[in-house]
Design a protein around this ligand. Structure first.
Ligand SMILES: Nc1ncnc2c1ncn2[C@@H]1O[C@@H]2COP(=O)(O)O[C@H]3[C@@H](O)[C@H](n4cnc5c(N)ncnc54)O[C@@H]3COP(=O)(O)O[C@H]2[C@H]1O
Ligand SMILES: Nc1ncnc2c1ncn2[C@@H]1O[C@@H]2COP(=O)(O)O[C@H]3[C@@H](O)[C@H](n4cnc5c(N)ncnc54)O[C@@H]3COP(=O)(O)O[C@H]2[C@H]1O
Lengths: 141, 141
């Protein structure tokens, strides 16, 4: 394994930067969030506040689970409930300067992890795909 | 890196075996498939035929995209359309005997890959998480 290049990789060099990441806002109705998720094709996306600070992650499952009634999906609730009522805020984050091993450990249990600066502003996301692609380059035994 | 153990790992030793994998059948209505996906929490699951042969993969996005009309999600179509109308059959598979590097390469572009035998019967799935967990064990530089 070519050890050195893996050690030089940081979250910043691996991440998809913020302007290329689909996201939703805390005060959006769930209907808007579900449309963004279906049109982009992503399972989950970051949630930001108005000043572009990271607040958490929202996915299709959180939304569908919230509107699933006893017998059917109650679609009318999509305009009544807001993103901030279902957002998952227990999500670990990375800093731009974190090394490759920290990135690898963080994506074991999450399909992507958000990169956030000291003040909480959103920098981008590190995905499992980016980590796996790097590992594939270095594992030719 | 402890090379030897990675080389001895096969798809069979990494996979979640078929009895623990949520799946749907080709002739199910989309409504049933969406309920299985929401109740299990999974983004996508394998699709099998009546004799337990692998047919493809179906996810929440394929279903929601199919029922998204011009102005709203047309939920009544969930009972009209069947899984075999939307299933993605262009999915690469693994064999139980495939080595670790084949598993790593296969999950770069797919969150999970199905393990199938010579006659097409479904054996289980290899997930990105399982591959990442193994890599984390061996990459302590
Ligand atoms: N438009 C597309 N083109 C090509 N391949 C696509 C794709 N959409 C999804 N995939 C493939 O499917 C994997 C799972 O996507 P998912 O949407 O469940 O899960 C995604 C999604 O929730 C999020 N994500 C990725 N890129 C994003 C972006 N630009 N904006 C917002 N969220 C993103 O990160 C998760 C992991 O992404 P990762 O790339 O590791 O893994 C992706 C990628 O391998
Ligand atoms: N009930 C649960 N408990 C703990 N963690 C959970 C979980 N559900 C999801 N996760 C976490 O979220 C990741 C993405 O799940 P997702 O459902 O999008 O994507 C999943 C799902 O589509 C499928 N999958 C995983 N296990 C499955 C099973 N037993 N039956 C059917 N499909 C499964 O494989 C994909 C990748 O799975 P992976 O484990 O790599 O990655 C999982 C895992 O890290």
């Amino acid at each position: 394994i070519k050890e050195l290049p893996l050690l030089e990789i940081t979250a910043e060099s691996l991440m998809i930067s913020s302007e290329k990441v689909a996201h939703v806002q805390m005060n959006n109705p769930l209907e808007h969030a579900l449309l963004i998720l279906v049109k982009s094709g992503y399972s989950a996306v970051p949630v930001l506040d108005i000043s572009y600070k990271f607040q958490g992650v929202i996915g299709k499952n959180l939304i569908l689970d919230k509107i699933l009634g006893l017998e059917r999906f109650e679609m009318e609730r999509l305009s009544e409930v807001r993103v901030n009522d279902v957002v998952n805020q227990e999500i670990p984050c990375l800093k731009k300067s974190d090394n490759f091993l920290s990135c690898l450990k963080s994506v074991i249990d999450y399909p992507f992890v958000c990169v956030v600066d000291q003040e909480g502003y959103f920098d981008g996301i590190v995905t499992r795909r980016a980590v796996l692609k790097q590992l594939n380059k270095y594992i030719h035994v």
